[in-house]
Ligand binder design. Structure first.
Ligand SMILES: [Zn+2]
Length: 412
């Protein structure tokens, strides 16, 4: 059995890096708004590249704006990272701790001249949060998994097409599509991230070792009915699109909770037309987000939801329309990485919990081309994607130390 490396990370430097990055893109509402290719994100990118350079690593950037810091070696690359973009008014730990902990690990290896065999890279992937065109733009581009049509068609959260957003950057749709061409062969990818749930807090464990990551489907749906006067149309003559949606929302939730407990469905965005006191809604547009760690369950949920919606539509004299706009498959992380992290936790005497990730991560995308693994640390009350996102530093110190040892084992 190899020994735990005696070298410690510079935790105060890691902490100050996280604080420095958190100062870029402050939102007046209290959080951080640093969506990819916003002004704040462009500033953060320059900051990160300078940090990588100052650490003595080689900076590399691909056509999708993914940023890498590399230490040369032999054979396939061992990579660790996450993302530095945020949702609008998000928190300061989601993503950033993954990139900056990995940077700190590589920096210490470089400073201490620790002999490693394989090349090592820290990675920051573009638009993990999906503010541009669907989640994981950067990691999908990195693996050549993007649909050019989608890049050209979809409207970003900035309210404009991607092409217009790209005008303020050095990237183009073509450069994004070709980003995968200069990627190194990967041996393993590791990511440390906040849990974004309450499992670790409840179990009082500082470390989560992720063995599965849930997949998701996003559908855009509409019930179409007929507008008429709210004061003169009796109930039996109505084609109320909103009631179709209300009925559907309750039934799909009840079905998921009773048949697939642990899987989740959410209707997070609703528009009712024409939207007036005195008019029966003729149209209800809504988003349907459903997630599961089982591919079969996702498929079953999808089928059931469509049947359910069609039944409701025919009972209520409505029409139902729906299209899938985004999907990721559930994945298992690499068993050899789960085992490695478990062994290291035992050696380092860190209490840990094996667990599934309900949220999606770049690691899920990377898992198709590499052995992927994830380390979770608790976040207070499970809050994320909000200004109140908080962690305890001792948890991050443990998580980063675990990442450090795992990288050394994988690269030696
Ligand atoms: Zn994240």
């Amino acid at each position: 059995m190899e020994k735990i490396q005696n070298v410690q990370l510079n935790n105060s430097r890691l902490r100050s890096d996280i604080e420095e990055l958190a100062a870029i893109g402050r939102d007046p509402r209290g959080g951080i708004s640093r969506p990819s290719f916003s002004k704040a994100d462009l500033e953060a990118r320059e900051w990160l590249k300078a940090k990588i350079k100052d650490s003595g690593l080689n900076v590399r950037q691909d056509g999708a704006g993914n940023i890498f810091g590399r230490m040369e070696g032999e054979g396939k690359t061992i990579m660790a990272g996450s993302h530095i973009d945020t949702v609008f008014n998000g928190g300061k730990y989601d993503g950033s701790i993954g990139v900056l902990s990995a940077l700190e690990c590589l920096r210490r290896i470089h400073e201490e001249n620790i002999p490693v065999k394989r090349p090592l890279e820290v990675a920051a992937f573009t638009d993990e949060e999906g503010n541009l065109v669907g989640d994981f733009l950067g990691s999908r581009a990195f693996l050549g998994l993007l649909d050019k049509n989608l890049l050209e068609k979809e409207i970003t959260q900035f309210g404009t097409p991607l092409v217009e957003v790209l005008e303020r950057t050095e990237f183009t749709i073509d450069s994004i599509m070709e980003a995968y061409k200069d990627r190194p062969e990967l041996e393993a990818y590791l990511e440390i991230h906040i849990e974004q749930g309450t499992v670790l807090e409840t179990e009082d464990k500082p470390i989560g070792i992720v063995d599965r990551i849930a997949g998701k489907r996003h559908r855009l749906c509409s019930f179409l009915g007929k507008a008429s006067h709210s004061g003169t149309t009796p109930f039996e003559l109505r084609h109320d699109a909103f009631l179709g949606l209300a009925d559907f929302a309750l039934k799909c939730t009840r079905y998921t909770a009773s048949e697939h407990y642990g899987s989740l469905v959410t209707i997070g965005k609703v528009f009712v037309f024409p939207g007036a006191f005195s008019i029966i809604p003729e149209k209800a547009d809504f988003s349907l987000d459903f997630r599961s760690i089982s591919a079969e369950t996702l498929e079953e949920m999808d089928k059931h939801f469509l049947t359910l919606a069609d039944d409701i539509a025919s009972t209520r004299g409505l029409e139902f329309r729906s299209a899938v706009v985004d999907k990721t498959d559930p994945v298992e992380t690499a068993p050899r990485i789960v085992t490695l992290l478990e062994e290291l936790c035992s050696e380092m005497e860190f209490p840990y919990q094996k667990m599934a990730s309900g949220a999606g991560h770049d690691a899920q995308i990377l898992a198709s081309a590499s052995d992927a693994g994830m380390i979770f640390i608790p976040c207070t009350d499970g809050i994320s994607h909000a200004p109140d996102e908080k962690i305890q530093w001792e948890h991050l110190e443990k998580g980063a130390a675990l990442l450090f040892q795992a990288l050394l084992r994988l690269a030696s």
